[in-house]
Write a protein that binds this ligand. Structure first.
Ligand SMILES: C[S@@+](CC[C@H](N)C(=O)[O-])C[C@H]1O[C@@H](n2cnc3c(N)ncnc32)[C@H](O)[C@@H]1O
Length: 280
């Protein structure tokens, strides 16, 4: 396990993933009934952008850094930036919360959060970080096993972030199997599966497998900050949203063009928003 999220915290992919994740939870919280948030590859909850790792790559500067001083953020991008600002002092961008903290900020007394992280150091950091929060359970275990271990949840309402590092060649395949198990065990689970946009050939197979996986609804949300055939690495990122709540599609139609313009790193940015399964 070589991947450490601290090198990438706050980059363009985190901006898309985290802003959207918070919005999904907020839409679920329009109902007062309890819900359970699951984060199978949780990382740690908090990153120092001036620290040894994030400071070395500086990736956050072309991510959250580009939103920091803008006064024209559409819709919930503004709330997302305010959430990050809430963990910083004054105007300085120094700290960046990971997905567990960004969601912990939104939990109501009736909600619950289950985190898993396999890396022993990060798992221990997470355990200590949330030690005094009864609503939060932290497990050091394989995140792909989360659906089998915890679904269906007693609340009958769940949001699952599936956010692996994609270090192993079989991880896209493992994601699809895990999605299928989750939907078999609790059909109404709302799932956000994050994936990197690098290898177009692998992605074509992946899209087809998502379309064929028997999911009730699957929305593809993608943001490219460089042309897709650029050889420079992470050209963009995407999320497959299973069972996305209304009106996320309409909101993304406003948010994605703005992000594509604002986060583009060479040439023009671009985005994609379409249904791979269960088009309404
Ligand atoms: C992309 S990072 C997570 C970032 C975090 N979800 C966020 O948005 O702030 C992926 C994490 O998965 C962990 N990991 C790798 N393989 C895992 C596995 N099989 N089960 C659980 N965690 C794993 C890595 O140690 C890493 O911290």
């Amino acid at each position: 396990m070589n991947y450490r999220h601290s090198y990438h915290a706050g980059n363009h992919a985190d901006v898309l993933k985290h802003a959207l994740l918070r919005r999904l939870l907020e839409l679920m919280q329009r109902k007062d009934t309890p819900l359970c948030y699951l984060d199978s590859h949780a990382g740690t909850a908090f990153y120092d952008l001036q620290g040894e790792t994030a400071g070395k790559t500086g990736e956050y500067q072309d991510g959250i850094g580009r939103l920091w001083q803008r006064d024209d953020l559409p819709l919930w991008l503004n709330d997302f930036r305010a959430a990050v600002a809430g963990h910083n002092t004054a105007d300085e961008l120094r700290y960046y919360p990971g997905s567990p903290q960004l969601i912990a900020d939104l939990l109501r007394p009736q909600d619950r959060m289950i985190l898993s992280e396999l890396h022993p150091v990060d798992a221990e950091t997470l355990k200590q970080y949330f030690a005094d929060q009864e609503q939060v359970a932290v497990h050091q275990r394989d995140g792909y096993q989360l659906p089998k271990a915890f679904l269906p949840v007693a609340e009958k309402r769940a949001l699952w972030l599936l956010d692996p590092p994609f270090e192993q060649p079989d991880e896209l395949q493992r994601c699809i199997s895990a999605l299928q198990i989750a939907i078999q065990r609790m059909r109404q689970t709302i799932i956000a599966l994050w994936y990197p946009i690098k290898d177009q050939r692998l992605l074509r197979d992946f899209y087809q497998q998502i379309a064929d996986a028997g999911l009730p609804k699957a929305l593809r949300v993608e943001l490219n900050i460089r042309p897709a055939d650029n050889q420079m690495g992470l050209n963009g990122s995407g999320l497959i949203l299973v069972n996305p709540p209304w009106p996320i599609w309409e909101e993304l139609e406003q948010v994605l063009p703005w992000l594509a313009r604002t986060l583009a790193q060479s040439g023009e940015g671009s985005y994609r928003l379409d249904w791979l399964a269960g088009e309404p």
